[in-house]
Design a protein around this ligand. Structure first.
Ligand code: SF4
Length: 447
């Protein structure tokens, strides 16, 4: 009897190369206009909450997705200005500001290709001279052969603008897109296998007989696997290893696999923790052998222990984390303050001796709040060794390795490596670049 509520998420269309819409570009003003129209309509429908992708994300996607070789300098500069490998929506203001600045520094504008090539008008006369000229311009990705004829894409664009339906050649007729031929072979329509008889809904086993706590690492290429993909990796590994993992209930049952803390993309680690709830008890050594055998070598399993089922999950028991980070100053030695060029010991002492170091942070609800980062830092020192498993790239030559222990709690009280750099910047009034993050261990409440 309760009224149902719906969440509707509406994404903006950003055209991609090798598709009929590759000649289009994103006009943020037009996207905003359409979002407003939809917002007005959704307001009149009860129980529906409409969410929209920020148009700045679409502008950045479009810029990167359809750029030419001049994009290389922009990407590099945007990265130098702080647009890292984090998802754009995590720090949208910072990323958008960095991209805007990088585009301006490269003497381009957000619309540089649109300005140079002329704008394709969807609602105009598709056969007009301007449209023809736009369609005949060489495109930056023309040298990449996806197999599809460019002429076919032009015609397909025309069909799309007329809202015509092109048959799916997996099941119906061929529209001669150019893919099939000597290079790519021919399309073979495989008849679908028979649909098996319905045998009842999948009933996930929700029994919980044992909890395994696993310590693992994330090294090398695996540092580029996102948190969500790591969860999928573990899900597949336990299934391949036939480990009896327990499932959650509800409409979308999922395996009870709980990683203590998400590691930033690109960061390496030797001290991650994941909990598995099992439907039947098994020997931890057997778990380690079976589970480890299904993982890539760059996700090593260090230890497995059986813990009490009612023990707090690792994600709730987290207190602190130890990091090793590679940092490099972004100023010439001549610019350093009295106290010596690259006076790392002095800078570290200044951070440790500071009673408070405040920064402004934006909460999830968009509010500003002041945070004293200093009270979240427990240990900080300079290390004279390199980060384990890290490839020594050219850019790490000048870097120093700092070790710190800081808060790492599930309630948001945490000290990220970026925060440590902010503290250094406050005490030195200079800029530093964070080159690499390595997490050594997570400290849980019960030790
Ligand atoms: S059958 Fe081959 S050539 Fe024809 S539309 Fe499909 S992919 Fe293109």
């Amino acid at each position: 009897r309760k009224p149902l509520g719906f969440n509707v998420t509406i994404s903006n269309f950003t055209p991609k190369p090798h598709t009929p819409f590759q000649w289009h570009s994103v006009a943020t003003a037009e996207l905003i206009r359409k979002q407003k129209l939809l917002q007005q309509e959704f307001r009149t429908i009860r129980g529906v909450k409409a969410n929209f992708t920020d148009v700045r994300i679409s502008a950045m996607e479009d810029f990167v997705g359809r750029g030419d070789r001049r994009l290389a300098a922009v990407i590099r500069h945007a990265w130098e200005l702080g647009a890292g490998m984090d998802a754009w929506w995590e720090s949208l203001d910072r990323a958008f500001a960095a991209w805007t600045q990088a585009i301006a520094a490269s003497e381009l504008t957000w619309k540089y290709r649109q300005v140079e090539n002329g704008e394709w008008n969807v609602f105009g006369d598709a056969g007009s001279l301007q449209a023809e000229q736009t369609l005949n311009q060489p495109l930056p990705w023309d040298h990449l052969d996806s197999g599809i004829d460019k002429q076919w894409l032009k015609e397909d664009l025309q069909r799309a603008l007329e809202a015509a339906i092109v048959p799916d050649c997996s099941f119906e007729g061929c529209s001669h897109c150019g893919v099939c031929g000597l290079d790519f072979g021919h399309n073979i329509v495989v008849p679908p296998p028979p649909i098996p008889a319905f045998q009842g809904q999948f009933v996930p086993n929700q029994e919980r007989a044992q909890r395994m706590r696993v310590q693992f690492g994330k090294l090398g290429d695996m540092t580029l696997v996102s948190h969500l993909d790591l969860v999928r990796l573990f899900d597949r590994a336990v299934r391949r290893a036939a480990i009896p993992v327990s499932f959650t209930g509800g409409f979308h049952p999922g395996p009870r696999i709980s990683i203590a803390s998400a590691l930033p993309l690109g960061a390496s680690s030797l001290g991650e923790i994941v909990d598995f709830d099992l439907t039947e008890a098994m020997n931890p050594a057997e778990f380690q052998q079976k589970f480890g055998a299904q993982l890539p070598a760059e996700v090593p399993v260090f230890s497995v222990e059986s813990i009490a089922l009612n023990a707090p999950a690792a994600t709730h028991a987290m207190e602190q984390a130890e990091y090793w980070i590679a940092v490099v100053p972004l100023f010439e030695e001549a610019e350093t303050q009295p106290g010596g060029a690259s006076d790392w010991h002095g800078w570290i002492r200044a951070v440790l001796e500071a009673e408070s170091l405040w920064v402004e942070q934006t909460t999830k609800s968009g509010k500003q709040k002041s945070v004293n980062l200093r009270e979240r830092l427990f240990e900080l020192e300079l290390l004279d060794r390199s980060i384990p498993g890290l490839r020594r790239e050219q850019s790490l030559e000048d870097a120093v390795i700092l070790r710190f222990v800081g808060s790492c709690r599930n309630d948001g009280i945490l000290l990220r490596p970026e925060h440590l750099v902010q503290m250094l910047e406050q005490v030195t009034q200079q800029s530093f670049r964070l080159l690499h993050i390595h997490r050594c261990q997570l400290f849980l409440m019960d030790g």
